[in-house]
Design a protein around this ligand. Structure first.
Ligand code: ADP
Length: 170
């Protein structure tokens, strides 16, 4: 049974000293609000430039929901940003497999890059409105099942409510 080292902090994902940070991006890869806006603001224009090349080379139609793709970390402490697109919450449709896929695919990309430490935000729980307790259960469950071999997998929660939800899930 895998037993990854999963940690939690309340804070800002753009300030994490890890190999890779995961971005709760949108499918355009051209930036947005929340985590996405913060990462682009602090990481600088190099990240957006690489996002544009990803669109030009592989993701002309946008990065699909549940997929993940890497760019440089630009001016962040992290060497890489792994962009993933979470599902928008739909009360009448179960999209948990897509939210799990964001986490699984981000781990797969992190492994390919050779990242040993990875920070995740609470994907889909902001603008995409996923209830944080449920998102926490899916996120923690997927990292537990799929996160073998990393030195540290860190959830970075912006506010106390999200922190408490992830602590309960852990
Ligand atoms: P999504 O569109 O996937 O819902 P958001 O960026 O809107 O993504 O929100 C995801 C979560 O990230 C929310 O819980 C939000 O409070 C949190 N968040 C916003 N800014 C930051 C930040 N700088 N660091 C960590 N978490 C953040």
């Amino acid at each position: 049974m895998p037993n990854p080292n999963i940690t939690l902090v309340q804070g800002d994902i753009t300030e994490q000293d890890v190999d890779a940070v995961v971005n709760a991006a949108n499918s355009s890869l051209l930036g947005g609000g929340g985590v996405d806006g913060a990462i682009h603001r602090k990481g600088g224009s190099e990240i957006l430039a690489e996002c544009r090349s990803l669109r030009a080379s592989r993701y002309g139609g946008g990065l699909p929901v549940g997929h993940a793709a890497p760019t440089t970390g630009g001016k962040l402490l992290a060497r890489w940003v792994i962009h993933t697109v979470g599902p928008v919450w739909q009360p009448d449709e179960d999209r948990s497999a897509l939210l799990a896929s964001c986490h699984r695919e981000s781990l797969r990309v992190a492994r390919e890059l050779g990242a040993r430490t990875v920070a995740f935000p609470a994907i889909s729980t902001g603008v995409f409105r996923w209830p944080v307790e449920d998102a926490a259960r899916i996120a923690v469950g997927t990292l537990r099942e799929e996160g073998e071999g990393f030195e540290e997998l860190r959830f970075v929660l912006f506010d106390k409510r999200a922190y408490d939800a992830f602590a309960a899930a852990l």
